[in-house]
Design a protein around this ligand. Structure first.
Ligand SMILES: [Cu+2]
Length: 345
């Protein structure tokens, strides 16, 4: 049927029926902990519109690293390698690339059959409540079904015709203190530096992450409050340990979270507090000329359109870990440390 492709191109309007909701490709276990191994079992309940599926591909999200697919009898297995969104620490090894897509082909999943496709990998540390999409495509003789739609902000995922299978990641930080063990920093959280005031801006809790050997990029996180009546814009900065500073945002591109420079910089509206944190907006230290080590704070200069430049100390947390100040963003109330003024270093 040569019309199948055209029908697919106009998507759900034609094919969506209430009954179809039960037949989505889904993950058997849709919840996992950050910092754990996760076995993604993709459940595929049928072929495409009457035809058998001969090829199935799963795109692996950022933050799901060192993935290994399970071979299936009767199917050829191919793993596509590619760059990760950042350099991750994998048990002491810097990992900046790896499997990004798995393709099983040459099989025969009949429309009236059900099958499962398995990939195991590591979920890196990420903020509580992060949604990881595993866009999945079934290819048949005359067309394909792509489970790759993502809910826009405020949209109910149930309204999607072809939703991408989603894994919800919860943070082990919510289990209380010391959940990570090993690096020993959880019960000796670094003192939060005094807020730095520059113009109408109050800047708090600036931190970074220790980088694995050979890493070329690092990220900076901080909380900026605009106490004035005019908007200000974080446009960039400079640092002696990096060749360039960019201000990045995260956005969904082709079903994966990717980071990219924010056009024109990050606006801090009057009265607003902007939290730059893992999984969201961040300061990107590009072209690291030296690694960032836990216990050795680094100094960088940030530049704001109105407030001008400000020198900040970024306290490194553990490699791939959370804020050295304890909380998700380090900006929880009270208990500011002494003798750790950002501007005096
Ligand atoms: Cu970035």
């Amino acid at each position: 049927m040569s019309t199948s492709l055209m029908r697919l191109a106009v998507a759900g309007a034609i094919l969506a029926t209430p009954g179809a909701a039960a037949a989505h490709a889904t993950l058997e276990e849709a919840n996992a902990k950050a910092g754990s191994m996760y076995k993604a079992v993709m459940r595929v309940p049928h072929g495409c519109d009457g035809q058998a599926t001969h090829t199935l591909s799963i795109q692996l999200p950022n933050g799901f690293i060192a993935a290994k697919p399970m071979p299936k009898a009767g199917w050829d297995l191919k793993v596509k390698q590619g760059p990760y969104d950042q350099t991750y620490d994998y048990f002491g090894t810097a990992m900046s690339e790896g499997p990004v897509e798995v393709v099983w082909s040459g099989g025969q999943l009949e429309d009236f059959h059900y099958d499962e496709f398995v990939v195991r990998g590591r979920i890196v540390d990420m903020p509580d409540g992060t949604a990881l999409a595993f866009p999945t495509t079934q290819i048949c003789a005359d067309g394909e079904v792509s489970w790759s739609e993502l809910a826009a902000p405020g949209q109910d995922p149930h309204d999607l015709d072809r939703p991408a299978p989603i894994l919800m990641v919860s943070s082990s930080a919510h289990e209380g203190h010391g959940g990570h063990g090993g690096h020993g920093s959880s019960d000796t959280s670094a003192a939060i530096p005094e807020p730095v005031i520059v113009g109408d801006l109050k800047i708090e809790a600036s931190w970074t992450r220790a980088t694995p050997p050979g890493a070329r990029v690092g990220a900076g996180y901080l909380v900026i409050t605009n106490t004035g009546d005019e908007p200000d814009v974080l446009v960039g900065g400079s640092a002696p340990f990096a060749s360039l500073i960019e201000i990045h945002e995260m956005s969904m591109i082709d079903g994966t979270m990717r980071m990219r420079p924010i056009d024109g910089g990050l606006v801090i509206a009057p009265g607003a507090t902007e939290k730059l944190q893992p999984g969201g907006n961040h300061v990107m230290f590009m072209g690291l000329t030296e690694g960032i080590e836990e216990g050795s704070p680094v100094i960088a200069t940030l530049e704001f359109e109105r407030a001008g430049t400000v020198e900040l100390m970024f306290t490194p947390g553990p490699m791939g870990g959370g804020s050295p100040f304890g909380g998700d963003d380090g900006a929880h109330g009270g208990g500011h440390g002494h003798g750790n003024h950002s501007h005096s270093n």
